[in-house]
Design a protein around this ligand. Structure first.
Ligand code: PLP
Length: 374
C-alpha cells in the first residue's frame, strides 16, 4: 500500500461510496428526466442524495445544485455574482491565497474592467477581517473568501466578512470556497452568512467529477451552462446520478470523530517532522488535515520524487500548480530557499502514525544523502 499523505489533492474513494456508485451505474442507471419507472427511480434517488448532502451541510436540499467539480462551482459563483451586481458596481474583493478556480475567473473579470482588491495574508497565512472591512466600497459586488486554505490549512474569517458586509450595508454577495472545509471543520452556510458556497466530492472520499453549489434561497443566479432544464434550469446536463449517490454515501460514512482522529495524526506529524534536520514548520494548519513544512535548500520537486521512490506521497504545494512555486507560499513572503523547499502534508481518516514515521524517516534519509543547495 502506498503511503498517501496528499489528501488535500484528492482522497481514496471509500468503499461505501464506490459501492453506491456501482449500484447507481449498473442498476439505477435511468435518466432522471425519463418518465418511466427506471427514470423516476433515478430521480427519486437523486432527491434522496441531495437531501443527504444538505443534511451534512446544514441547509435545505433546494439550496443545492450538483455540479461537476469545485472548479465549476467557483467559476460559476464568481461570474454569476459579478453579473448579478452589474448595475451596482464593478469592484471585487478576494484574497491572494484563493484557489486558481477563483483567481482565474476574477482575473478574467479584471480584464473586462473590474477592479480587484486582493487581501494579503500575514506570515502565518491568516487574512484579517479588518482588512476586508477597510476594503469594502459602495460599489463592491462580490467578496470571495475561502474557509480553509488548501495549502496552509489556515481558516479565513468568512463569518466576520459576512458581518462586515452587513454592517456596511454593502450590496456585495459573499461566496465561500469551502472545498477543503467540508466535514473537516464545523460550519453551515447560514452560520457563515454566505450567499454562495462551493464544495467538491473528491476531497471527502467521493469520486472525482462531482461538486455541489450552495445558493442561498431566494438568490436568482444565471446558470453557467445553457441546455436542458435539469437542476431547476441552473445546471443543465443529465444529472451525475452515480457520483451523487457516491457523494451521499461518503457523507454518510464520514464519522463524527474523524476530524479529531485526523488532527491527532497531524499533531504527531508536526512533532516527528520537527526532528528532521533543518526542517521548518511553515503552517500547523487550523483545519485538522493540512500542514506545511519546508526543507530549505532542498527543492520541493526533488523531495517529492525521492519520497515517491520510497512509496511516500506528499505534495510540493497545490497539485494544481505543478512545477512553479505556489502563489500561496509566495504570498507569505518566505525567503527563496524556504519557498523552494515547501511540502504540503495532508491527512485522511485512514492516515496513521506509521505513515508519518515513513515520511519523517524518508526526509531524514534524504538530508543525509543529499547536500542542501546554498
Ligand atoms: N478550491 C480548493 C480550495 C481546492 O483545494 C480545490 C482542489 O484542489 C478546488 C477548489 C478545485 O476543486 P476540483 O478539483 O473539484 O475542481
Amino acid at each position: 500500500m502506498p503511503i498517501y499523505l496528499d489528501n488535500a489533492a484528492t482522497t481514496r474513494v471509500c468503499p461505501e461510496a464506490a459501492q453506491a456508485a456501482l449500484e447507481a451505474m449498473t442498476e439505477g442507471y435511468g435518466n432522471p428526466s425519463s418518465g418511466y419507472a427506471l427514470g423516476q427511480a433515478a430521480a427519486a434517488a437523486l432527491k434522496e442524495h441531495r437531501a443527504a448532502v444538505a443534511g451534512r451541510l446544514g441547509c435545505a436540499p433546494e439550496e443545492l445544485v450538483f455540479t461537476s467539480c469545485g472548479t465549476e462551482g467557483d467559476n460559476w459563483a464568481v461570474r454569476a455574482a459579478a453579473e448579478y451586481g452589474r448595475r451596482k458596481g464593478r469592484h471585487i474583493i478576494t484574497t491572494a491565497i484563493e484557489h486558481a478556480a477563483v483567481l482565474e475567473p476574477v482575473k478574467a473579470l479584471a480584464a473586462q474592467g473590474y477592479e480587484v482588491t486582493y487581501l494579503k495574508p500575514d506570515r502565518s497565512g491568516h487574512v484579517s477581517a479588518d482588512a476586508l472591512r477597510a476594503a469594502l466600497r459602495p460599489d463592491t459586488v462580490l467578496v470571495s473568501m475561502m474557509l480553509v486554505n488548501n495549502e496552509l490549512g489556515t481558516l479565513l474569517p468568512v463569518a466576520e466578512a459576512a458581518q462586515a458586509i452587513r454592517d456596511a450595508g454593502s450590496p456585495a454577495l459573499l461566496h465561500c470556497d469551502a472545498v477543503q472545509a467540508f466535514l473537516k471543520v464545523p460550519f453551515t452556510p447560514a452560520e457563515l452568512g454566505v450567499d454562495l458556497l462551493t464544495l467538491s466530492g473528491h476531497k471527502i472520499r467521493a469520486p472525482k467529477g462531482i461538486g455541489v453549489q450552495y445558493i442561498r434561497r431566494g438568490l436568482n443566479l444565471r446558470p453557467l451552462l445553457t441546455g436542458g432544464g435539469q437542476e431547476g434550469g441552473l445546471r443543465p446536463g443529465t444529472e451525475p446520478t452515480a457520483q451523487a449517490a457516491a457523494l451521499a454515501a461518503a457523507c454518510a460514512a464520514w464519522q463524527e470523530d474523524y476530524p479529531a482522529r485526523i488532527q491527532e495524526v497531524k499533531e504527531y506529524a508536526l512533532e516527528s517532522l520537527s526532528a528532521v534536520p533543518g526542517l521548518e514548520i511553515i503552517s500547523r494548519g487550523d483545519a485538522p488535515h493540512i500542514c506545511a513544512v519546508s526543507l530549505p535548500g532542498y527543492p520541493s520537486e526533488m523531495l517529492v520524487r525521492e519520497l515517491s521512490d520510497r512509496g511516500v506521497y506528499v505534495s510540493s504545494g497545490s497539485a494544481c500548480h505543478r512545477g512553479k512555486p505556489s502563489h500561496v507560499f509566495a504570498a507569505l513572503g518566505l525567503p527563496k530557499r524556504t519557498l523552494m523547499g515547501v511540502l504540503r502534508v495532508s491527512f485522511s481518516p485512514e492516515s496513521t502514525r506509521a505513515d508519518v514515521d515513513a515520511l519523517a524517516g524518508g526526509l531524514t534519509e534524504i538530508t543525509k544523502t543529499r547536500i542542501a543547495a546554498r
